[in-house]
Design a protein around this ligand. Structure first.
Ligand code: DOR
Length: 428
C-alpha cells in the first residue's frame, strides 16, 4: 500500500476550512501542511474543489440486529453509513431481544465489535421490553456502555413511569432520547392529520401526538434535572417548546431528520416510501423545523435510518411499515437544501452532522489531527444526479428522496485510519 496525498482541497481545521494538503500514510496516520511535496511513496490525488471533513456522526440509526436481519445487518448498515460519510453511529435498541439488561447489551456490543465497519455506539432501552410501557431498567448497570436510553418507536406513555425513568436516569447522569408520541392522540392515524389525509381518505395522526408529550416531558425535565434529547422533531409547536426549554436553561437538545427539513405532506405520494413515524407534516411545520436548524434551536441532524424489506414497504401509505432509510443521502440532502441553497455555511453542516452529535453524546472524535489516525471524508460538492436507491448498500431502499436531484457525494471515508468507503480504490 502507498501513502495517499490529497492535494488542493479545503480541509476542516479548528472550526473552519483551510486550503491544505493532507497525507494519509500506510498505517492511516495524518500529515497536514500547505503544499506538501510528493514523495515516491505517495499516490497523489487532486481534490481541488472538494472538502475534507471530519467523519460525520448519526446518533439515530436502526441496524436491525439481532432479530431483523432481513431488513438490515450490522455489516450492511455500517457499510451504508460509511458510504454516506459517517464514521460513528448510534444504534437504536428496538431489536429482538432488546438490550434492556446488561448481558444482552454486552452480547450486542460484541457483535458490533465483530461485524461493524465503523464505530457503533449502542443505546439501552428506556423501559423493560423497549415499547414505552415496561418497568424501569437498571440504568446504572447499562450507563457505562451506552450513549443514552431510548424506546425509539414508542414514547413512554405513563407520566408517572416517565417521572420514575427520568429520576433514575438523572441519578446516573444518562440521557433520555425520547421518541415523543402520545398513542391515544395518534390513535390509528399513519400520515399527518392534514389536507392530504382528508383529501385522500387516509387516517390522520395529529401533530399534537408529538407536542403534548414533549410538553409533558419538558415539565418532567424541569422537575428531575434529567438530560433529555428530543428525537425526530416534526412540528412547529415542538420547536417552540424546545426553544423555551433551552431559554429556561433546561438540559435539552433536539434532532430532526432530513425528510422533516425538506418535505411536507404536500409532496406525499401513494407509496410506502413516504411513510414514517412521525409523518411528514404541513409545509408550515417543515419551514419551522428547517428554520430551527438554521437558528440552532434544533441541535443536530440524525437520519432515523429505518430500513424495512421491499414487501414491508409495498403496502402504500395505509399498510406499509413506518420508516425510511437515510444514511446514504442525508449529507447530500442537507448540503443541497441548506448549504447550496444559501441557508447556512459548510461549517454549520459539519456542526449539525458531526460536532454537535459527538459532543452531546460524548462520542469523541470529530477533528482532523496531524499525527493521529485519519477519521475523515472527502466530499465532492459539485457532483449531482437524481438519487437512485438501487445503488444503496443498505438493504432498505425506501426513501422519499428517490429520483430527486441532489448535490454532493462522498468520494472517500476513512474511519480511524481504515478506508471503509473507497470506491476509487485509492488505498487498494
Ligand atoms: O419511522 C420510524 N421507523 N419511526 C420510528 O420511530 C421507528 C422506526 C423503525 O424502527 O422502523
Amino acid at each position: 500500500m502507498m501513502n495517499v496525498l490529497l492535494r488542493g482541497g479545503q480541509v476542516f481545521q479548528g472550526g473552519s476550512f483551510h486550503p491544505l494538503d493532507l497525507r494519509v500514510d500506510q498505517i492511516g496516520l495524518v500529515e497536514l501542511g500547505k503544499d506538501l511535496s510528493p514523495t515516491p511513496d505517495d499516490r497523489v490525488v487532486d481534490i481541488s474543489g472538494k472538502y475534507v471533513l471530519p467523519g460525520l456522526a448519526d446518533i439515530h440509526v436502526h441496524l436491525r440486529e439481532p432479530g431483523f436481519s432481513y431488513k438490515e445487518t450490522i455489516a450492511t448498515g455500517t457499510a451504508a453509513a460509511a458510504r454516506g460519510g459517517f464514521t460513528s453511529v448510534g444504534a437504536m435498541p428496538n431489536v429482538a431481544p432488546p438490550p434492556d439488561n446488561l448481558p444482552e447489551l454486552l452480547h450486542q456490543i460484541q457483535a458490533y465489535q465483530q461485524e461493524a465497519l465503523i464505530e457503533v455506539f449502542p443505546y439501552g432501552c428506556l423501559t423493560e421490553g423497549g415499547t414505552g410501557t415496561g418497568e424501569t431498567v437498571d440504568y446504572a448497570a447499562l450507563e457505562p456502555y451506552v450513549i443514552g436510553f431510548s424506546d425509539d418507536g414508542f414514547g413512554v406513555q405513563s407520566t408517572d413511569r416517565m417521572r420514575e425513568v427520568m429520576t433514575q436516569v438523572a441519578e446516573v447522569d444518562g440521557i433520555v432520547a425520547q421518541h415523543i408520541e402520545d398513542l391515544e392522540i395518534s390513535a390509528d392515524g399513519y400520515i399527518n392529520d392534514g389536507e392530504y389525509a382528508r383529501a385522500h381518505g387516509h387516517k390522520g395522526k395529529p401533530g399534537a401526538a408529538e407536542w403534548t408529550q414533549l410538553e409533558r416531558d419538558l415539565a418532567l425535565v424541569a422537575e428531575t434535572g434529567c438530560r433529555y434529547h428530543a428525537c425526530h422533531l416534526s412540528t412547529a409547536r415542538s420547536v417552540e417548546l424546545v426553544a423555551k426549554a433551552k431559554a429556561d436553561g433546561l438540559p435539552v437538545t433536539a434532532e430532526t431528520a432530513p425528510h422533516y427539513l425538506v418535505l411536507s405532506e404536500d409532496e406525499l405520494e401513494e407509496d410506502g416510501r413516504f411513510r414514517m413515524n412521525p409523518p411528514l407534516r404541513s409545509a408550515r411545520d417543515r419551514d419551522a423545523v428547517a428554520q430551527a436548524l438554521v437558528d440552532g434551536v434544533i441541535d443536530l441532524v440524525a437520519t432515523d435510518h429505518a430500513p424495512h424489506s421491499a414487501e414491508e414497504k409495498a403496502g402504500g401509505l395505509a399498510a406499509s411499515a413506518n420508516g425510511v432509510v437515510g444514511l446514504e443521502n442525508s449529507l447530500a440532502v442537507v448540503y443541497t437544501h441548506f448549504v447550496r441553497a444559501g441557508r447556512f455555511e459548510m461549517e454549520r453542516l459539519v456542526e449539525v452532522m458531526g460536532t454537535a452529535p459527538r459532543q452531546r453524546f460524548s462520542l469523541g472524535g470529530g477533528e482532523i489531527i496531524a499525527g493521529e489516525y485519519a477519521d475523515l471524508i472527502v466530499f465532492d460538492p459539485d457532483f449531482h444526479e437524481p438519487l437512485d436507491p438501487g445503488q444503496f448498500l443498505s438493504k432498505g431502499k425506501a426513501t422519499p428522496f428517490a429520483g430527486r436531484e441532489l448535490y454532493g457525494r462522498v468520494d472517500l471515508t476513512l474511519c480511524q485510519g481504515d478506508p471503509v468507503w473507497d470506491p476509487e480504490g485509492l488505498f487498494a
